[in-house]
Design a protein around this ligand. Structure first.
Ligand code: CP
Length: 317
């Protein structure tokens, strides 16, 4: 694997999940792969889990790791070509990227959707600039349209906890006070559409995701109906994707908050969320604190998804 930006880069998904589960059993077995190799993690946005789990994954593989927060301590970067740089951004990303590439062997990038220009976000402009100009393998640590390391960890978690061969998995929109990107639900849909699950997406009207990720998944606008018989509930907020409302909040209906009422019609479903989560907006205290909540093991599996991806990248060097 050279770059990792979406589910397709993993090839056979079932094999990737089982490789991840083997790595989890003996996570220090591949330290030779990372000897004298440097991982650089570049953050344009905040992070807790991605920062720590990916750094840990690199260390498990014997790598040296460096973290750069673009908005804290680094020069502000101009990202558009043709701009007269007389403002507050003293460095252009087209110089910064090859410089960063010269100091490392593998680069992870976090760069969220900005909701300023839909095509800039849809084209994954920042991530692709790193792929084009760094000269190094690049992996997404959540970009504008996807968060594949998260979805890979989610699928590993579903594989560990499922009680039947083909569980019903429901992705549900839930309310949030801020406009959030579609990266997590997009990737989750991408992975679930490839996995051996019955996949249903539920959200209010107006929150339809990009068809490129939804593909042929069932979309059910009645949340209670969607939850019936579900084995896994995956909650997430996202802002509207479709024009003319791209990046906007259209619904603040708190009846979509996942509570024991919705969970009562499921098949004793597990609750999942990528974190960070706003309690009693996305999910009630009692559901997230219940024994059916997988949010902590799911976050712990971020180390394993990152290590599997990094291992494959190192094997390709
Ligand atoms: N789930 C996730 O990516 O968490 P962070 O934003 O804290 O990295």
């Amino acid at each position: 694997m050279r770059h990792f930006t979406n589910v397709k880069d993993l090839g056979n998904l079932n094999e990737a999940v089982h490789e991840a589960l083997r790595i989890k059993q003996d996570r220090y077995a591949f330290q030779h792969l990372g000897k004298n190799k440097t991982l650089m993690m570049v953050f344009f946005n905040s992070s807790l889990r991605t920062r720590l789990s990916t750094q840990k994954a690199g260390m498990n593989l014997g790598m040296n790791t460096m973290v750069l927060d673009i908005n804290q301590g680094a020069w502000k970067l101009e990202t558009e070509r043709g701009v007269i740089m007389d403002g507050d951004k003293p460095e252009h990303i087209l110089e910064a990227i090859p410089v960063m590439g010269s100091y490392c062997d593998v680069i992870g990038v976090r760069s969220f959707a900005r909701f300023e220009d839909k095509s800039f976000d849809d084209q994954e402009t920042i991530l692709n600039q790193f792929i084009q100009h760094s000269g190094k393998p690049v992996f997404s640590m959540e970009a504008a349209t996807g968060h594949p390391l998260q979805s890979f960890a989610d699928l590993i978690t579903i594989e560990e906890y499922k009680k039947k061969d083909r569980p019903k998995v429901v992705l549900t929109w839930a309310p949030h006070p801020r406009a959030l990107p579609q990266a997590v639900p997009n990737s989750f849909a991408d992975f679930m559409n490839e996995a051996d699950v019955d996949f249903v997406i539920t959200h209010p009207y107006g929150y339809e995701l990009n068809k490129r990720f939804v593909r042929d998944a069932v979309v059910e606008y009645d949340q209670m109906k969607a939850f019936e018989g579900a084995d896994f509930i995956y909650a997430k907020n996202w802002a509207a994707y479709q024009d003319p409302n791209y990046g906007k909040i259209l619904c603040e209906d708190r009846s979509w908050t996942v509570s024991s009422k919705q969970m009562s019609v499921t098949n004793d479903a597990y609750f999942m969320h990528c974190l960070p989560v706003r309690r009693n907006m996305i999910v009630s205290d009692d559901v997230i604190e219940s024994t059916n909540s997988l949010v902590i093991p799911e976050a712990a599996n971020r180390e394993i998804s990152a290590q599997t991806v990094l291992k494959r990248i190192l094997e390709s060097l």
